[in-house]
Design a protein around this ligand. Structure first.
Ligand code: AMP
Length: 195
């Protein structure tokens, strides 16, 4: 099964993606996690993307498109995958389709976790507070500060909502109520995927 999971910051993408990957035994490719790990290890990629992630801005499309082209040809991705937080822009969505055409693969579904904007910001700011007094972790998650969270929400509306229309138009969109408990969200995803 080939899936993408989309949603604004704090929509629960990470939690649901992990559950679904475990359940389906498919690899999880989370661009947010990959970028945060790259920043923590101060790799070349990490140094390039750090200013964008810290400010809640989107990393340039070219970097992630190139990364995905290399990631999806790895052997563990042959039988399926779940992309979390990718695509995030119309350009990334288009490039993903081109890449899949080249690989003779097909995206099964785009899963959209819909939550009200107030829930997005409450969850993100809650995550920051839950990190307690650990300064290095707080620095790593500086993208959860309230003004940065608002920027990420604005970018979600501006750049990611148009992708939903695109997947809806090709009948590949599953909209899920993300404003429920993680277990209820998981069950709704399984029902809609008919698993
Ligand atoms: P996330 O954990 O998915 O909210 O991602 C955290 C941050 O990583 C975002 O605020 C962006 O700076 C960056 N990022 C993750 N995925 C993408 C993407 N597909 N395109 C551009 N930037 C991304």
């Amino acid at each position: 099964m080939r899936l993408v999971i989309l949603g604004g910051p704090g929509a629960g993408k990470g939690t649901q993606a992990k559950k679904l990957c475990q359940q389906q035994s498919i690899p999880l490719v989370s661009t947010g996690d990959i970028l945060r790990e790259a920043i923590a290890s101060q790799s070349d990629l990490g140094r390039q993307v750090q200013p964008y992630v810290a400010q809640g801005e989107l990393v340039p499309d070219t970097l992630l498109i190139e990364f995905m082209a290399q990631r999806l040809v790895q052997s563990d991705a042959a039988k399926g995958w779940l992309l979390e937080g990718y695509p995030r822009t119309a350009f990334q969505a288009e490039e993903l389709d081109f890449l899949l055409e080249k690989l003779q693969q097909k995206l099964d579904w785009a899963i959209y976790l819909e939550v009200p904007e107030s829930v997005m910001s409450d969850r993100c700011i809650g995550k920051l507070n839950n990190l307690g007094s650990n300064t290095s972790q707080k620095n790593l998650r500086s993208d959860n500060h309230p003004d940065i969270v608002q920027r990420r929400i604005d970018l979600f509306h501006e750049c990611t909502i148009p992708i939903l229309e695109y997947y809806g138009y090709c009948h590949r969109l599953l909209t899920i109520n993300g404003n429920q408990s993680p277990e209820e969200v998981h069950q709704e995803i399984l029902e809609k995927l008919k698993l």
